[in-house]
Design a binder for this molecule. Structure first.
Ligand SMILES: Cc1cc2nc3c(=O)[nH]c(=O)nc-3n(C[C@H](O)[C@H](O)[C@H](O)COP(=O)(O)O)c2cc1C
Length: 401
């Protein structure tokens, strides 16, 4: 119950993403927070106070000039009797009011009268978000000390348009709220983690190699998410074009054999998350000179040799980390292959995903995974790779506690 006893004032303004604030209320309450909602007139066009009140189990504040509300808590107490104010969704309109100190309805008045931290989750059409006026307002609010979560890139709820403007997912908002309230929860402080990421390159000769389509996005995001929870992370990365995640020790390798050596060098560790797409085979006899194309001789034969199985090695190692997680990229029978892998590799969890080309997962920014453990299978919705990383880091922290 990471938000146990925390009092959160949730300001809901009039954007289409207001429907997500219903889920946000649930998520906040699941973590022990008390949620007091304030809705703008615009918000009430999208979700009803009845639904918001049913989920928050209390009164929903809507009017500045309501005698009943004023007698109940009053707008000044509403603004101060909380540990955090979350504005989700935050419309362009409400942010403009906030940036300019307007107080013309209950939401804007409370936001002007508060001395509590404020977390803003903007949601709007990409053109509204990139408009010079909104940019100025956001800049002003940042300078005023307000915190932001999102917006994310993606398709808008009303369909058609894509770009930056989608409200952060409820769980991201919850994580940002936890960070603000706790100064960052660090449940993995004092824990060591080793994460692999990216592809491996197995040389054929000095200029050619065997590779795969892994981008490293998921592995890098997991390393960052574990570090954010306080873990001391070593990231062993194959060749990728991504920046090194902040606060993580990065060891860059090319081949599977180098990756294994670096992972073993990072032991002992409490956590191992093997995300890299390690080549199963390497070229048996490496050519130190570039293989020449000789007319009439045809292509040279490529003899392959098996690479070490890094996950299996770690899963059965004398210094096996307490939590061993493997990734299974499959194009068929995802669950069955994941179950077999769990057993054979000595892992606690296999994160299985279908990387058939039509899913766009390999090399893309989103992921749709199934968690396979001895206890069963849990399916997560389609999420960004950062969201998968955040949730997985949370799963690992819970497992270790
Ligand atoms: C269907 C529809 C969807 C809207 N979605 C958004 C939105 O996502 N973000 C936004 O800033 N404004 C959106 N608007 C415009 C706001 O509702 C409008 O600016 C309103 O005055 C906001 O009031 P409030 O900020 O007091 O809640 C939308 C309007 C309509 C009609």
């Amino acid at each position: 119950m990471s938000l146990a006893g925390k009092r959160i004032l949730l300001v809901i303004s009039g954007g289409i993403a207001a429907y997500k604030s219903l889920d946000l209320i649930r998520r906040l309450r699941e973590r022990g927070a008390q949620v007091r909602p304030v809705m703008t007139a615009g918000a009430r066009e999208f979700v009803t106070p009845l639904a918001v009140g049913a989920l928050s189990s209390g009164h929903v504040y809507t009017d500045l000039f309501s005698r009943e509300d004023e007698q109940d808590v009053g707008h000044i107490r509403l603004a101060r009797d909380c540990d955090l104010i979350i504005v989700a969704p935050a419309t362009a309109d409400l942010m403009a009011k906030m940036a300019n100190g307007l107080a013309e309805d209950l939401a804007s008045t409370v936001l002007l009268a508060t001395d509590r931290p404020v977390l803003v989750a903007p949601a709007m059409n990409p053109k509204m978000w990139s408009h010079a006026a909104t940019r100025r307002n956001v800049e002003t609010l940042r300078r005023d000390g307000l915190s932001f979560v999102g917006p994310n890139a993606g398709e808008m709820a009303e369909g058609g348009e894509a770009g930056l403007g989608r409200m952060a997912e409820p769980l991201e908002i919850v994580a940002a709220a936890e960070d603000l309230l706790d100064g960052g929860r660090k449940p993995l402080a004092g824990r060591r983690a080793v994460v692999t990421s990216g592809p491996t390159h197995e040389p054929i000769d000095p200029v050619r190699y065997i590779a795969n389509r892994s981008s490293g996005r998921q592995g890098h995001a997991i390393a960052a998410a574990l570090a954010k929870l306080g873990a001391d992370v070593t990231l062993v990365s194959g060749p990728v074009t991504l920046p090194d995640p902040r606060g993580v020790k990065v060891i860059k390798v090319e081949r599977a054999e180098e990756m294994l050596a670096a992972v073993l060098g990072a032991l002992p560790a409490d956590i191992a998350v093997m995300v890299a797409a390690v080549a199963d085979w390497r070229v048996a006899t490496e050519n130190t000179e570039k293989i020449k194309k000789t007319p009439g001789e045809g292509p040279p034969p490529l003899m392959l040799a098996e690479n070490p199985d890094i996950l299996k090695t770690i899963g059965h190692h004398a210094q096996r980390p307490k939590v061993v997680v493997g990734f299974a990229a499959e194009t068929q029978d995802v669950e069955d292959n994941g179950r077999v892998k769990l057993r054979k590799k000595g892992a606690d969890l296999i994160v299985a995903n279908d990387v058939s080309p039509e899913t766009g997962i390999m090399g893309g920014t989103r992921n749709s995974v199934k968690l396979i453990t001895a206890a069963g299978i849990e399916e997560w919705p389609d999420l960004s790779k950062d969201e998968v990383a955040g949730r997985l880091a949370g799963w690992i922290a819970e497992r270790l506690s």
